[in-house]
Design a protein around this ligand. Structure first.
Ligand code: ASP
Length: 450
């Protein structure tokens, strides 16, 4: 059986919803469909989830939210009308939203999640209604009764292990399961959402629960590309990529799939197939556990801005047992995750995301490092980007880092950091932010256009 997840652009209007249903109906193996909330119909349009966030904010700020409410209802009503579904489904959606906004908005996070979830929840009801209206055996499944149980981290929830056993029962349903993405329920029965873009996670969880043969993730691109298509026109399309490679590229800015979405599929070894709703014959990109065929040494190149380094040195640092532990403890006290930690004999650099290292935190951390562990020299370097080349084939090829560094040096890009992980499937370069895109383009030329 296949689990198919459809993103917001695949459900933005009636025409897209028809396409999505045709895709599902064209293959009897496609038995579970996970839907996002309707996305943008054009560049300037607003996603339903964002409309719902505005509605929640209006209520939290003490307004009645009626204007915002009618904008959401309008979106669903337009789709329902074009799909010739009649008015009942629209009234049902309006009642559902009215009930949600009547809750106490002072529990901000819970209130917000209940509203954010309404986009996917009502979209799933609408799609199931459409499939039934054209005579298909399909049903909406409620995450509450079907067992999608999540932690209480509202807005950033995680699935609880116990969900899997009950969710596995979905495979017994003989028709098409229409399942809303993005949210589940806490043990106390409250709505909790994953982080933004989280319908990908729902799809992966269901695929793992029913042990699907493949998890199809339908979006609006033909495949994952070796580089951001906004930087290079017609870039190399990746036909196969491993979970590990994908994870590294997602980390450095590939946004095709939610960063957390691979884990459930990965643990069960279920291949993930990225497909295009607007071009179903294209076979897309297959994300797999391991691969043996490589058509290039480097699989992908990515760059992400917004990093900074905390550089420190102390004479005889290498002899001091537990030194790094003390540094990391100070970061942990500030609740600051670190990204990389390149080191020398007497020096240590911590690479951090700039948004977590606020100037106030910087002041406190620097003072503690000096006072408590006697750091002699310390500096912070902001506005850095990381640029990564990723590829399983790199581990067996000599000279890839040299080639990359050489091409960047010829292009006049100064390297602030070089870091290679133990798996040898990626090399990371730290450059100044203004060089980020340029460096990515130069590396692409080196590895794909020579
Ligand atoms: N609708 C949600 C969002 O916009 C989740 C999703 O589309 O995956 O973040």
């Amino acid at each position: 059986m296949k689990v198919c997840k459809f993103g917001g652009s695949s459900l933005a209007n009636a025409e897209q919803i028809r396409k999505v249903c045709d895709i599902v109906l064209s293959d009897p193996e496609r038995r579970i469909m996970v839907v996002s909330a309707p996305g943008k119909r054009s560049r300037e349009d607003i996603k339903v989830t964002d409309l719902l966030i505005s509605l929640a904010n209006a209520r939290i700020s003490g307004y009645d939210g009626l204007t915002e409410l009618s904008a959401v209802v309008r979106r669903f009503a337009d789709i329902a009308e074009e799909l010739e579904l009649g008015n009942d489904i629209v009234s049902e959606i309006e009642q559902d939203l009215t009930r949600r906004i009547a809750a106490d908005p002072s529990y901000t996070m819970k209130f917000m999640d209940s509203l954010k979830a309404a986009g996917e929840d009502n979209c799933a009801k609408l799609v199931a209604n459409y499939l039934q209206s054209i005579g298909k055996h399909a049903q909406y499944f409620d995450p509450k009764t079907s067992g999608m149980i999540l932690t209480e981290e509202f807005g950033n929830a995680q699935v609880l292990e116990e969900s899997y056993t009950q969710l596995a029962l979905l495979k017994d349903y003989q028709g098409i399961v229409v399942y809303p993405g993005f949210f589940g329920y806490t043990k106390a029965g409250e709505v909790a959402t994953f982080s933004r873009g989280g319908s990908d996670i729902t799809g992966s969880i269901l695929a793992a629960a029913v042990e699907a043969r493949v998890y199809e993730n339908w979006t609006d691109v033909d495949s994952v590309y070796a580089v951001n298509p906004n930087l290079i026109s017609n870039p190399h399309a990746i036909s196969e990529i491993t979970y590990d490679e994908m994870r590294e590229l997602a980390y450095a800015g590939f946004t095709v799939l939610h960063e957390e979405a691979l884990t459930p599929a990965y643990r069960k070894g279920i291949p993930v197939n990225i497909r295009n709703t607007n071009n179903p014959p294209a076979r897309g990109t297959m994300i797999v556990k391991s691969r043996v065929n490589f058509d290039s040494i480097v699989t992908g190149i990515a760059g992400a801005k917004g990093f900074c380094t905390l550089n420190m040195s102390k004479y005889l640092m290498n002899r001091e047992v537990g030194f790094a532990l003390k540094v990391l403890q100070i970061l942990a006290d500030e609740y600051m995750p670190f990204e990389h930690m390149p080191s020398g004999i007497d020096s240590l650099t911590i690479v951090l995301r700039q948004d977590v290292f606020t100037p106030e935190k910087e002041k406190r951390v620097v003072r503690r490092l000096v006072d408590e562990i006697g750091i002699e020299k310390i500096s912070v370097d902001r506005n850095l980007a990381i640029v990564m080349i990723v590829g399983e084939a790199m581990a067996h090829t000599v000279g890839v880092t040299a080639r990359a560094a050489n091409s960047l040096s010829k292009a006049g890009v100064n390297l602030e950091i070089i870091n290679q992980g133990a798996s040898e499937i990626s090399v990371m370069f730290g450059v100044r932010e203004e060089y980020c895109n340029y460096a990515v383009k130069e590396l692409y030329k080196e590895f794909f256009q020579r």
